[in-house]
Design a protein around this ligand. Structure first.
Ligand code: NAP
Length: 312
């Protein structure tokens, strides 16, 4: 058995790297297992303009590189690869990655969440090229001043995103696949009262169509009741059909809510003593880089104090 580490951090978005920075500065020599998408969701956005300290904005991937470098400066060891299994039933805890087995006295889970997407090839392409498709209004809404936008989804996220986008957009059309809204009454009513928001149901997106400039020009829609196909012109489209926490490997090992978010109490404590959670994996409400980073800091402090108490 290799020497157990003080803290192993699973996941490398703002929460994971901030936890590593704080644990490093506490002389805990943390290890970060980066996972499938080093840097997390921010690596698939372009400009980040809402993170304090960057008055001119910063590219998401660059910001994550900066977080990583800062954590390494204080002794964080970064390991590439995915965690494939964890054993929280005994201490030290066991973490199996694609390449090795690690042991740890404490663990911080910061594997984040991923936006649920429509799964279309055109969606993937337009998202990665800044072609007018996004899954985060807070991140990208400001890039669409005075445009005609579409939000896909019928839940609270869709209502919230639509409302937020009206700060910039000329008009926002919320397109939902059913004529029954999943959103709470209050959120739906707020959107209904907004003069810039219109609703279109029951339509499913079949494809996203691009113009000669390679940017989004329309959504191809199918009426889910009569199968009729139409084109809906738009200059930007936001997918707001929910998020999926990246918690599969922790199922049955730590308490989660019905959607798979890890439950925390008293800050970042999970149901397993010595295992902490931070960022979007345990937060379906705020989901911002700044809140994830804040939780990462909290988790490192919680782990440090918990480890200290074990020694005493
Ligand atoms: P959600 O409640 O699961 O709603 C997802 C919506 O997307 C549903 O209307 C669903 O349609 C639709 N959808 C799912 N897959 C789709 C697909 N492939 N194509 C087209 N449409 C699809 O997710 P959410 O809105 O992100 O909310 C998640 C949780 O966070 C909820 O508990 C919500 O209350 C909470 N939340 C709260 C706030 C707030 O209080 N400020 C804000 C945001 C979220 P169907 O209805 O047909 O299934």
């Amino acid at each position: 058995m290799s020497e157990p580490r003080n803290v192993v951090i699973i996941g490398s978005g703002p929460a994971g790297y901030t936890a590593a920075l704080y644990a490093g500065r506490a002389n805990l020599a943390p290890v970060v297992v980066e996972g499938m998408q080093p840097g997390g969701q921010l690596t698939i956005t372009s400009d980040v303009e809402n993170y304090p300290g960057y008055p001119e904005g910063v590219l998401g991937p660059q910001m994550m590189m900066d977080f990583r470098t800062q954590a390494e400066r204080f002794g964080a060891e970064i390991k590439i690869g995915m965690v494939t299994n964890v054993d929280f039933s005994k201490r030290p805890f066991e973490i199996t990655t694609e390449f090795e087995t690690l042991f740890a006295h404490s663990i911080i889970i910061s594997t984040g969440a991923s936006a649920r997407l429509l799964g279309l090839e055109s969606e993937k392409k337009l998202m990665s090229t800044g072609g007018g498709v996004s899954a985060c209004a807070t991140c990208d809404g400001a890039f669409f001043p005075d445009k005609e936008l579409v939000v896909i989804g019928g839940g609270d996220s869709a209502m919230e995103e639509a409302n937020f986008l009206t700060r910039y957009a000329k008009k926002v059309t919320v397109i939902h696949r059913r004529d029954v809204w999943r959103a709470s009454k209050i959120m739906h009513e707020r959107a209904e009262k907004n003069p810039k928001i219109e609703f279109l149901v029951p339509y499913e997106v079949k494809d996203l169509l691009t113009g000669d400039d390679g940017k989004l020009r329309a959504a191809q829609l199918e009426n889910t009741e009569n199968g009729e196909i139409t084109e809906f012109p738009c200059e930007g489209l936001f997918v707001a059909i929910g998020h999926v926490p990246n918690s599969k490997i922790f199922q049955g090992k730590v308490d989660m809510d019905e959607s798979g978010y890890i439950q925390v109490h008293d800050g970042t404590f999970t149901s397993v003593e010595g295992v902490f959670a931070a960022g979007d994996i345990s937060d379906k409400k705020y989901r911002q880089a700044i809140t994830a980073a804040g939780m990462g800091c909290m988790a490192a402090i919680d782990a440090e104090r918990w480890l200290e108490a074990q020694e005493g």
